[in-house]
Design a protein around this ligand. Structure first.
Ligand SMILES: [Zn+2]
Ligand SMILES: [Zn+2]
Length: 242
């Protein structure tokens, strides 16, 4: 009965506030859960062959790992990015991150589960760790998009989420303004351990987008320092890299 009332309530909400497509903003039909029909084909899952380390799509003639992973230190075990970055996804992720579209979290978690759910469950990480943001940013923005994603993923996979294992400490320069080496230096100082005693042997770092890998590398170093041996990451999108 309660479930029925809830369903009716949600139905009324949909009439009053029809859900819109996160990519093109048209109102969604009742059968369209997250995206309109036209935009569905604009999602580009990461294809094969893929880099054995970061999970990025590679050319056939590249061997095993992408050129970035061959030249840059990667301390994590393996990455599970769901989609190739695109203009359409840039809008969705920007709204999710900066325009208070927290409700996109369900859709974006769904994208990860559909594309990389099996792979993630095959390594069965013991804890999910969102990439943290600085608390002053959290105050001004009101939420951390990686945390919303993590909560959704944790619920779907049945894996606990720990938002306090890795803390964002120093205020860093915006990464966009820096080159790859500076990015890494900038980020090394940014993440610190909560000094919690942990029993976990493996962890899954969650972020909305993976670009150079510097953020994941910095978080992995912190998790290793806490004794968590196997670190993986997942992201909604992966960029072209350096
Ligand atoms: Zn659309
Ligand atoms: Zn790679």
């Amino acid at each position: 009965m309660i479930r029925k009332i809830k369903a009716i309530g949600e139905g009324i909400c949909d009439i009053l506030y029809p859900k819109t497509c996160p990519m093109c903003d048209v109102a969604l039909g009742g059968y369209e859960a997250f995206l309109c029909e036209d935009c569905r084909i604009k999602l580009i899952p990461v294809g094969k062959p893929a880099c054995l380390k970061c999970g990025k799509e590679i050319e056939d003639d590249e061997q095993g790992s992408c050129s970035d992973c061959q030249s840059i230190k990667r301390s994590y075990e393996k990455g599970f990015p769901a989609l190739n970055y695109s203009q359409e996804m840039a809008k969705v992720l920007s709204d999710f991150k900066y325009n208070n579209m927290r409700s996109h979290g369900r859709f974006l978690a769904d994208v990860i589960v559909r594309n990389k759910g099996k792979d993630i469950l095959s390594v069965m990480p013991e804890v999910i760790v969102p990439v943290p943001i600085h608390k002053s940013k959290l105050r001004s923005r009101g939420y951390n998009q990686a945390q919303i994603l993590s909560t959704e993923l944790g619920r779907r996979f049945g894996i606990p989420v720990d938002c306090d294992l890795v803390i964002r400490d120093a205020k860093t320069m915006p990464q966009k303004e820096l080159g790859p080496i500076e990015r890494e230096e900038n980020l090394k100082r940014a993440f610190i351990s909560s000094k919690k005693i942990v029993q976990y042997k493996s962890a899954l770092i969650v972020d909305d987008i993976y670009t150079t890998g510097a953020t994941v590398e910095a978080c992995t170093t912190v998790l290793h320092s806490m004794g968590i041996k196997d670190v993986y990451y997942t992201s909604v999108c992966i960029g072209k890299g350096l």
